[in-house]
Design a protein around this ligand. Sequence first.
Ligand code: ADP
Ligand code: ZN
Length: 600
Amino acid sequence: MKQARQILNNTFGYHDFRHHQADIIHTLIEGGDALVLMPTGGGKSLCYQIPALLRNGVGVIVSPLIALMQDQVDALTQLGLRAAFLNSTQDSTTQQATEQALLGGELDLLYVAPERLLSSRMLALLTRTPLALFAIDEAHCVSQWGHDFRPEYRKLSVLAERFSKVPRIALTATADRRTRDEIIEQLALGQAEVYINSFDRPNIRYAISEGDNPRERLWRFLESEHTDDAGIVYCLSRKKVEQVADWLTQKGRTALAYHAGLPEQMRRQHQMRFLREDGVIMVATIAFGMGIDKPDVRFVAHLNLPKSLEAYYQETGRAGRDGQPANAWMAYNLQDVITLRQMMSDTDANEQYKRIAHHKLETMLGLCELTGCRRQVLLACFDEYLSEPCGNCDNCLHPPVTWDGTEAARKALSCVYRTGQRFGVKYATDVLIGKDDERIKNNRHHRISTYGIGCEHKAQEWRDIFRQLIAQGYLDIDPEGHGALGLTAKARPLLRGEMELQLRLRPKRESKQAQGTRKASIVLSAQDQPLFEALRVLRLRLAREQGVPPYVIFHDSTLCEMASQRPDSEAALRVVGGVGERKLVRYGRAFLEVIRDCPL
Ligand code: ADP
Ligand code: ZN
């Protein structure tokens, strides 16, 4: 372990191990297997990189993310390590050269796509090579229930059979119990030590709001918190992705679209720009993001409701991997719920799958309409319990006001019942406020007892009430019936007056909310800002020269530390987190010069 620490210090430039890193590394060095569950940004890579360096032979990393292998290898090369990758995007000459390097013992780390690893040629090659370990990254891809299922992953148990002496480590950031058990079973990791880290991402601030005009609200959020930061905006449909990207571009931001319908070439180019330029906003469907290890994504915004809480947590987890403050911001409305329900019932999936999907959406809605701490509920989803409210979510920062909605809820439910459970929110609202309407008259609903009994609330308020009744499971939307509302079993005691119901009050003004809270962005004093900017410029130039992403040279957090501490010698610079020996030699002088030349 002493050597492991030296590598951490000298090669990676970090002072201490985080979380379970030290234990995991120890297990692997000793030849044991490990299953590692750590949130995004937790520091999974070091867990296999360091043992791979310390053990004899090459560390083989299985990863489905072939588009990112180049960047991973670049980052390791910057640290002075011998790394390479093998996947289908390379020409045969490059592949052969890498194979030769592998056989010649010239590699510390080799990244391979699963289908490549499983080829008989590759397996034969590996039997002739000393192996330090196998790392199976994104291990949740073995799970059939997850959204990233990859059939090849199920065949990786062959590694246990063919290379029984080589330690294996499986890593993932998605980790409900079912996925965990599936990984252990499918990858034959019965003997593995299991390391489960806290899934909390305290640097991410969660905020969710409902209402009209989400795009305008997104813009206000960007203007007030992220005027030139990189971030991701998720939308449900491809069309919306393109509209929002165009709109942000017109507004003067660098915004790029990403969805499965765009040509491969363009997707790759957009991803590349997002990774390599500063301040790019990626507007995307969920097709974008797995394995994107850009550390300085400062915000993830959702313009639609995600399908499940797990998906939401994973998507928002792409913000703030560097541990600096970041925002997870969401705007949604009732239409999202209806659209998602319809999408779910339109799939050919079996009934059980639909039921699970339905349940997941309900849990997601529950999070949206929550009046308590959002983080507590999110973490509970991973069997983790926070004893205190977090203090860094919208509900903690601005506790929502609730009101006794029992009477209103009863009126709403009984109106749905009396109109035959065949109509949607708008119609029920019109009946409640006693609107003079042809359709209502034709249906003779101006004669029923609930016609006009809800005049004390405006239409907008009724919409809020209906939405919360849906979110809390008192009403159901019939996916085949164009958004028709129906009563659930849960509605009965409420209708009978056997229970009370608290509802959230719509915040009067959003801008008022934002006031008086500190921003969730990187904290740098005004006097250090110019130096930080100058360091960024240098970093970008160095990155361009080598064709690598800027963060591969230094992370924002490293630049921040440089800007605030102003090291004046190589020795002082070496103490800054993220400055290892190799980078000191390569870049030390250039960065010290910029620091010296920037007046305080
Ligand atoms: P993930 O778990 O998402 O794969 P990474 O391995 O990419 O996370 O690590 C996230 C970031 O944290 C990286 O920039 C990495 O260099 C940094 N990091 C990892 N371990 C440490 C540590 N012990 N001290 C400081 N920074 C670390
Ligand atoms: Zn909270």
